[in-house]
Design a protein around this ligand. Sequence first.
Ligand code: ADP
Ligand code: MG
Length: 288
Amino acid sequence: MSKPIPISDKFANKFEVLEGLGKGAFSIVKKCRGKQGEVTGKEFAVKIIKTKELTAKILAKLEKESRICKTLKHPNIVSLHYSYQEDNTFYMVLDLVTGGELFDDIVKREYYSESQASNCLRQVLQALQFCHERNIIHRDIKPENLLLTSKHQPSNIKLADFGLAVELEKSIDFAWYGFAGTPGYLSPEILQKVPYGRPVDLWACGVILYILLVGYPPFWHDDQQKLYASIRNGEYDFPSPDWDTVTDEAKTLVTRLLTRDPMKRLTAGESLKQSWIFTPELPSKFHR
Ligand code: ADP
Ligand code: MG
């Protein structure tokens, strides 16, 4: 049995910690219920980050994540309600999302129908459009950070984990904010170590859309350097027979998101205008 995580007094005075919901690289997320004041009886998720020492640098990073997350109030974004810091532990009290990660849902279903994929990507794009309008890039768009509000389709999606998010400086659309992200979702411009911006999140949407449609990623290699080379060169294809039944509209959207030149890649707003995305009731040819 693993050692229980010590819950600090200040946080423990206000919330009762319940079952685990998920894990990240540096955090553990649990369900919790308010037991005092305005939160009494209300359920939330709490992201608990425990470090050996809550150094000024780590704290600054967590405060940045909290600050960004607190300002983003949107139906497709997990919002942060409270944060606490004490005894080398940082707590973020978030909206509770109970349907699990999109990642696990794809694994379970193998792949999505086009109408399910369209419904899913539309919500991710709406979340991103909202962030991008506020000069925030997420930098870690992937199915592990997209949470489902229900275990049944059609489910709503909420974007989580602003741990790598950065605020763009006003009127500077492209700059070097460091090498960050998850290997299979990294854009060519990050791998080329050139200034980047909002388009990195749209590249990751292209990777997600590809995965949703067939259940495997566009770029994959055991050797990370070879993986990076194939992303830099934009080397992916639509292998038969899996892609034979996918509509041209869906393939075109994948292609326009997985466009190497960030200036030519669709933005979130442009993607939302594509008929494959915005048509709420897709014609039957989109169902398979
Ligand atoms: P990290 O920054 O360590 O990756 P995340 O914020 O991604 O942490 O959270 C880790 C995991 O915890 C997520 O992938 C998800 O499974 C779960 N999780 C995170 N936030 C919530 C939430 N608000 N409601 C339910 N589960 C969550
Ligand atoms: Mg995460």
